[in-house]
Write a protein that binds this ligand. Sequence first.
Ligand SMILES: *[C@@H]1O[C@H](CO)[C@@H](O)[C@H](O)[C@H]1NC(C)=O
Length: 656
Amino acid sequence: MFSAIASYFQDRPLLKVSTIAAPVLLAHQWCQSSCLSLTCLGFSLYIFTGGWKTLWIAYMTIGRDARGLSFVIRGRRRIRQLRDKHAIIADVFLENVRKDPNRIAFYYEDRSYTFQEAEDMTNQVARFFNKLGYKKGDVVALYMESCPEFVMIWLGLSKLGVVTALLNHNLRAKSLAHCVNVSQCRAVIFSGDLVDAIVEIRDELDSEMAYFSYREPTAMDNIPQYQELTTAFNGCSKEPLRVEYDRQFTDRLIYIYTSGTTGLPKASVISNSRYFFATTGVASLLNIDSKDTVYCALPIYHSAGGMLGVGSCLIHGASLAIRKKFSASRFWDDCIKYNCTVIQYIGETCRYLLAQPEKPVDKRHKVRLAFGNGLRRNIWHEFKDRFQIEQIGEFYGSTEGNANLINIDNTPFSVGFNSALIPWVYPVQLVKVDKATGKPIRGSNGLCIMCKPGEPGELMGRIVQKDLSRHFDGYVNQEATNKKIVRDVMRKGDSFFATGDILVKNELGYTFFLDRTGDTYRWKGENVSTTEVESTILSVVGFRDVAVYGVEVGNLEGKAGMAAVSDPNNDLDMEHLNQSLKKSLPPYARPLFIRLLLAIDQTSTFKLAKTRLKAEGFDPSKVDSDKLFYFNSSVGHYQTLDGEIYKAIQSGSIRF
Ligand SMILES: *[C@@H]1O[C@H](CO)[C@@H](O)[C@H](O)[C@H]1NC(C)=O
């Protein structure tokens, strides 16, 4: 009933009339019979000032809010303890090792690693790099496909206070070099099979850079001076190593790259405390602990897999089954093989799973909970029913931000809640923004305007630098950090982290995701920065106008990339563009649609021009005589997009 009413409310957020009318009628009848007109007056006043509604909201949300509140209180206490003990994530992990050393920490393919084995390897990593003089403040970049060693290497380095920059192993060329360089690392650790990509960018990296290969490189030409790590680690003792340095719970732990709002990927600073807080929120509120095995087929260089998935093992003692690359056909077999009780998803994975033919294994697993982000409304129930998953823990969170929400009570379609009665306990707010400019609308007092139920607004989280859970660590680049901060939101002098995402809440405080604004869009679970794609295209096409934006495609999650390029003389070489994009951008960032036009309207602001282009999308009937192309993935080229193809794409018979 809870969820039915909540979803009803989501579509009709302002149900004031009927909730008020019924008690008024009752009260009216009661007044006539008893003639207690004074009581009646008071009663009516109570009703009209929202009394009944408040009671009703309290009745509907008290259990949920109590759980949230209890987590906030317990979480803060634990964070204070860890801070006072100068603990880091590796210490929290060690507590789990001590509790049950023989429990499996990681499953990977046909291998498994106990907590003790994992701890042993982190000690070897720490000892090896300690001998080479790596210390607190140093940064090392890690470029490897998902596997348990990926985690053990960064966890081992963290014991020395060394920060690991987790690189996306799909990156190549310019984007890869950029990510390595912004991290200001002194070494790169790469897995042997990715050696070519490192060789390709070597000239663009610092000449002092040290190279370490985990397992022997597959190709032997032109390899930078490197040291192989597998044997080096094996030569080190497994005994814990206690290095003395100024250790703090707030020390930097890892860098995770995000598209942020503008430009090339940015390295977000993840401190030990932030890693702890982000992970523990999801795991505690969804009761993930050492009884569980979590299946993670998401990339572990991102925050979803790398913090929430990996963290459920490191911090909460769950076993973690890591899969190198998501496979829809093997998904449930893996869950059965490893006895998984929890799976992690992004919206796309759920859709790919539903697209598989039905099999008996679909329901033979023991998965009780699926948690993740981006499960769409149109497949929510289908996914839950077909695979018989009791609970969906949809959450909202950004790698760098402090505004996190989570659905803890299985409310359909919701990304979480904030208390409707005591919203100030969790200072995450929806703020009204101007649709065209994306800037907050301010009232006559200069402050932002908070959204009422049913009013869409940008999600923002208050920054309190003293409070570890409300902290915003920002990016490695300070200028990029400042761009995400909005000041004078609720009071003069306060500051909020602006997520760039538009959400709406209902009267019970449940929130629902609507749209992403700003200069990024999300495709295949990856954030794509429009400015990064624009600058890549500009470097190929030279003196032309380029605008990149995301467009909706049929029922698909996220937005597909589209580029508008000016081509006044009708001489753009599409094949050259295609080849260059393949070389410099990972597949998810390459535009699927290209529109050639005379010029991009520069009379208004670029932002407004983009808004119009976005609205016209890739519909041939809306673009006048402009030429449209789509990326035909079966042949690997851009081809003309006409009305027929448009229909086929929208209906899903042409897929991406
Ligand atoms: C899964 O559970 C079954 C039955 O309890 C057990 O025999 C098997 O060893 C377990 N598999 C793993 C990978 O833990």
